[in-house]
Design a binder for this molecule. Structure first.
Ligand SMILES: Nc1ncnc2c1ncn2[C@@H]1O[C@H](COP(=O)(O)OP(=O)(O)OP(=O)(O)O)[C@@H](O)[C@H]1O
Ligand SMILES: [Mg+2]
Length: 417
């Protein structure tokens, strides 16, 4: 039987390696000093009794936007608590999955009332978005003073831009209000209406991707908190001064290098390190080695790709099977016309619709976008136009496994095994 006893062998506090921003809140972000000081200067008017500026924070996923804005607003709250004549309220909402402005406003009304009455209140249900906006204004007026509203993941507001338009230009008596919008969605950011861009983004702060060196230091600080017998020599908090009984020397550089190569995403880097620690524990080891990092990376990739394949439609799965078949026959990269022949045969076997070649090609291209296939455009020779060639971007056994979970397709995958 597996024992749970050895688990403390590596961790001092396992929660600290959870990459979600609510579980562990870093208290220092030296890699983001510039970005945070730009946010600071946009908010500075508060300390002078003036109105804060609106800020739009933009940058890819896992770059410390959420934790950075949290830290900055937290520091401001601490400062305000020590000042007699300053009332500062910070309202934070995540707009993820909100869809309509209505949901965001209802969350804000709930939050502001919780501050106002100092107890939990229900989210309002009945009012229209315009009424909600009025409720919010009245509650803010009753509290008075300075207000910072953080709208995280604003790309979640898809159906209307009412709240993004109205909130940054709201003028409420006796209240100075500043809005901080955060997004990682490049397209959303580019498509923002010019009016919204100019009011919400009066200051724009960009978080650009971390490089491998920065990721090393981020991981080192996290590890020092989370792992047993892991500390900084001479109190110097960079990866070179990290001493650890439970990490072999190349673990952090490798995690940082792998995540840095990909997207420079700190969340991904932390997830990689914590998965590696878990694998070492599973092995009953007292120390994490390079091999655990490599296996962790494979496991994570399998998980994400597996989820991707499982979520595909039957038509896309069949399109994927055509390339799998070609791969196993040593025919990849293969062009659309040959793959389409396989497709016609497979759809008949399964007993499902056979689409036109153009639609089939779209399915293949969808899979390229999902990083499950690789697509390559090639000239067919002078004057003969271009053709697309496709091959698998993932391990064939993984495809067989995941597509085989679909009862309608398992007969085919079993033959390919
Ligand atoms: N400079 C840093 N120092 C320490 N930890 C960091 C740093 N930057 C990011 N992190 C950690 O990385 C993880 C991701 O950060 P965060 O949630 O702020 O990303 P984000 O930019 O808001 O991403 P998304 O756009 O996906 O919401 C968190 O666990 C956070 O604590
Ligand atoms: Mg975030």
């Amino acid at each position: 039987m597996e024992s749970f006893g050895g688990e403390q062998g590596i961790y001092e506090n396992v929660d600290i390696l959870d990459p979600e921003p609510d579980t562990y809140k870093p208290t220092e972000l030296p890699e983001r000093e510039d970005e945070l000081s730009r946010i600071h200067s946009a908010l500075r008017p508060i300390t002078l009794g003036g109105s804060p500026r609106n800020i739009l924070v933009y940058g890819p996923t896992g770059q410390g936007k959420t934790v950075g804005v949290n830290l900055k607003t937290e520091q401001l709250l601490q400062w305000a608590a020590g000042e007699d004549d300053i009332t500062l309220t910070v309202l934070r909402v995540s707009c993820k999955g909100a869809g309509k402005s209505w949901n965001v406003l209802a969350d804000l009304v709930k939050k502001v009332r919780e501050v106002r009455y100092n107890k939990t209140v229900e989210k309002p249900r009945g009012p229209t978005k315009v009424e909600l906006f009025e409720m919010l204004s009245k509650d803010l007026q009753a509290i008075g003073g300075m207000v910072i509203i953080v709208l995280d993941e604003i790309d979640g507001i898809q159906e209307d831009s009412y709240v993004l338009y109205e909130l940054p230009r709201a003028s409420i008596e006796k209240v100075s209000i500043g809005v901080i919008g955060i997004t990682n969605d490049y397209q959303f950011h580019e498509n923002l209406d010019a009016d919204i861009r100019s009011s919400l983004g009066s200051r724009e702060v960009v978080f650009s991707p971390y490089d491998a060196n920065q990721l090393r230091d981020i991981l080192a600080r996290r590890a020092a908190h989370a792992l047993r017998d892991t500390y900084f020599e001479d109190g110097i908090k960079d990866s070179q001064h990290l001493q650890s009984e439970v990490l072999s020397g190349d673990v952090i550089p490798l995690c940082a290098a792998l995540a840095g190569q990909d997207t420079g995403d700190a969340r991904q880097a932390i997830h990689l390190l914590s998965t590696a620690c878990d694998l070492a524990l599973d092995d009953g080891r007292e120390a994490v080695e390079e091999v655990h990092v490599r296996n962790a990376r494979e496991e994570i990739q399998e998980e994400t790709i597996g989820k991707g394949i499982r979520g595909e439609t039957t038509q896309r799965k069949i399109a994927l099977l055509t390339v799998l078949e070609a791969d196993l026959a040593g025919e990849t990269p293969e062009g659309t016309t040959q793959l389409y022949r396989r497709y016609k045969r497979l759809t008949k076997l399964v007993g499902t619709d056979t689409y036109q070649q153009g639609t089939f090609r779209e399915k293949l291209n969808d899979l390229v976008h999902g990083n499950i296939l690789e697509g390559d455009r090639h000239g067919r020779g002078r004057g003969r136009g271009m053709t697309n060639l496709y091959s698998l971007a993932v391990d064939p056994t993984l495809v067989i496994d995941k597509v085989g979970e679909d009862a309608r397709l398992s007969e085919i995958t079993e033959q390919l095994e």
